[in-house]
Design a protein around this ligand. Structure first.
Ligand code: SF4
Ligand code: SF4
Length: 182
């Protein structure tokens, strides 16, 4: 897949995640747990744009904590508790990286498809999983029961968890339509 198509694919997945996420909110009790354990991967251009747009102190913090990512030559990441999280609030919220805007969805590089999409488990995403199970109900009883079991197992989860489920790209538009009708 060439660079332009990869970039279009990334933007497409990113817009789908936002269309899904607008139907959900984070419970207060979670207290930004994803910002305490999450690894952020972002493109060099995004990194440079954020550095330009944030205040000097935030830029300094970001520069000193970002490291070269193994994923692709030009990606950077922050590992562990994000140093930009102050009193459970993101100090660069309006300029936060795309990976933070999409969380608990993770857009990952894929050699054939350009990018793929997974959903990590967290207090918010279990509700997405419950709805996804309902959407699957008429299409696949196996998927419906697997997702329902997952929801039952994790519905009381208190923080984010590395366990993830694949979100098939061919399901995204139909799932979004389902959410719009709810
Ligand atoms: S872990 Fe999930 S529920 Fe908690 S703040 Fe992050 S996205 Fe929201
Ligand atoms: S940049 Fe902001 S939203 Fe992203 S992990 Fe850090 S504190 Fe959280």
């Amino acid at each position: 897949m060439d660079k332009r198509r990869r970039s279009e694919k990334y933007d497409w997945l990113s817009s789908k995640t936002q269309s899904i996420l607008k139907h959900y909110s984070c419970p207060e009790s979670c207290n930004a747990s994803c910002c305490k354990t999450h690894i952020i991967d972002f493109h060099r251009k995004e990194y440079e744009k954020i550095l330009k747009n944030v205040d000097k102190e935030s830029a300094k913090i970001l520069k000193s904590s970002a490291v070269k990512s193994e994923l692709e030559g030009c990606y950077k990441s922050i590992v562990g508790k994000c140093p930009l999280l102050i009193d459970s609030k993101c100090r660069i919220y309006d300029n936060r990286p795309e990976a933070c805007r999409s969380f608990p969805f993770v857009i990952f590089p894929d050699a054939e498809a350009g990018f793929g999409l997974t959903l990590l488990l967290c207090p918010m995403s279990v509700n997405i999983i419950q709805d996804y199970a309902q959407w699957y109900k008429s299409a696949s009883s196996t998927m419906y029961s697997q997702l329902t079991d997952l929801y039952e197992q994790y519905k009381n989860i208190e923080k984010n968890n590395d366990f993830c489920i694949e979100m098939k790209e061919q399901n995204l538009d139909l799932f979004i339509e389902f959410l719009e009708r709810k």
